[in-house]
Design a protein around this ligand. Structure first.
Ligand code: ADP
Ligand code: ASP
Ligand code: MG
Length: 394
């Protein structure tokens, strides 16, 4: 179905784009240019600079395993600060602006604190203010549950706020603006020869995001795929260009990109009853696993510590219930992502040989239709990312 244009544009600005007053003013100028070009502008903003990390550090000064509810109360302050300052800066541009928290903007979530999922968006207040000619600034990364509890969407979740709002408003497009020009074939901070992609499919981007490429939050890609919203990743410092997420790219090489993840916690449990206990603890703590390997009476599961803010308490529970049957480790993983590559034995072998030639011992290899993942020590993730990029991309 072809949708008629609404003239609504959703722009999301990440923490580094609003890190100080000067940057906030530059973002306000960019917003004003879009408004003056005749668009209705909705802006989603993240907390300034490293504010979210600083708030987590503050919490740790008073509690090693803070309650997830109270942590959500605390962390949402970061986006609230940014939205109010940005609204003031946009007003200085001669426009009318109003800021809303996630709850005011109608972002309704489930009640899983720290990692809530958006279940519905009711953007009535946003629509009313757009109709009054205002620029609407919405705090990213947060929502409200049906029990009126304030929730957060997981680290990097402002991207998801933006795409979910864009879908609900049937925006013409959604721009995720950050300190990079778009989606590269690898993190340009790790691989200096990484190339900017002009297009990437939803499936490939979802896989890259899920395997560590934090340039887009994985759920934001899911929302884009489901709603068909045109999604762009582009630089805050430019008005156009970037990567369009949705086109089936016209590429001659099978690999879209390479991405690494460091410091994954590996939980290894042996014994039938112990495996059951471990799975119950993982479920009760709502730990989003990045990988799971369950074979007979042995379980191995991996996740990122940033997704489990009360990890000391969860770890203590695992240790007390599974004494003698539990092994905890730290591991890294590097994934090659592209349509069909996980089913290609030549590519799997070439990836293994590349690791050997780079002097990176592998702990394991796993595949899915869209990826090949090589497991190694965290300290070797960047070296392996560079070697695989060289072998498969350029
Ligand atoms: P923001 O704070 O604006 O949300 P993020 O830090 O979350 O920005 O995401 C942008 C960062 O993502 C870049 O600075 C870059 O280091 C990193 N990144 C990781 N993988 C990629 C990739 N494949 N392409 C582009 N950037 C990537
Ligand atoms: N401020 C939050 C974070 O640092 C959300 C975001 O940046 O998207 O994770
Ligand atoms: Mg981000």
């Amino acid at each position: 179905m072809i949708q008629s244009p609404t003239n609504i544009v959703v722009q999301k600005y990440g923490g580094s784009s609003v890190a100080d007053a000067e940057k906030i003013k530059q973002v306000a100028e960019r917003i004003a240019r879009t408004y003056r070009a005749g668009k209705k502008v909705v802006v989603v903003v993240s907390a300034m600079g490293k504010t979210t990390n600083q708030l987590i550090e503050k919490a740790k000064l008073v509690s090693a395993s803070p309650s997830r509810r109270e942590l959500d109360m605390l962390l949402t302050c970061g986006e609230r600060e940014a939205m109010a300052l940005l609204s003031m800066a946009v007003t200085e541009q001669g426009l009318e602006a109003i800021s809303f928290t996630g709850s005011q903007a109608g972002i309704l979530t489930n009640d899983r604190h720290s990692g809530a999922r958006i279940v519905e968006v009711r953007p009535f207040r946003v629509e009313d203010e757009l109709d009054r000619g205002k620029v609407v600034i919405v705090a990213g990364f947060q929502g409200v549950s049906y029990r009126r509890e304030i929730t957060t969407l997981g680290r990097g979740g402002s991207d998801t706020t933006a795409v979910a709002l864009a879908a609900a408003l049937r925006a013409d497009y959604c721009e995720i603006c950050s300190d990079v020009d778009g989606i590269y074939t690898a993190d340009p901070r790790v691989v200096s020869t990484a190339e900017l992609l002009h297009a990437i499919s939803h499936d490939e981007m979802l896989e890259l995001a899920a395997q560590g490429a934090k340039v887009l939050h994985d759920s934001s890609v899911e929302f884009a795929r489901r709603s068909g919203i045109a999604l762009w990743a582009r630089a805050t410092s430019k008005d156009g260009g970037g990567t369009r997420v949705d086109f089936q790219p016209d590429r001659d090489r099978p690999v879209a990109g390479v991405t690494g993840q460091k410091s994954l916690i590996r939980v290894k449990v042996s014994g039938g009853a112990a495996v059951e206990h471990a799975l119950q603890i993982i479920e009760a703590a709502s730990i989003p696993l990045t990988h799971l390997d369950l074979e007979g009476k042995e379980l191995r599961a991996w996740f990122t510590i940033a997704d489990v803010p009360d990890w000391p308490a969860v770890k203590a529970k695992l240790e007390s219930l599974l004494a003698g049957q539990l092994e905890l480790g730290d591991e890294g993983a590097v994934s090659l992502v592209g349509h069909g590559i996980g089913g290609n034995p030549q590519m799997i072998n070439k990836a293994r040989q590349t690791a050997v030639a780079a002097g990176v011992p592998l702990n394991a290899v796993s595949v899915s239709p869209l990826r090949i993942t090589l497991w190694c020590e965290s300290a070797q993730v960047d070296d392996l990312t560079r070697a695989l990029h060289q072998a498969f991309v350029a």
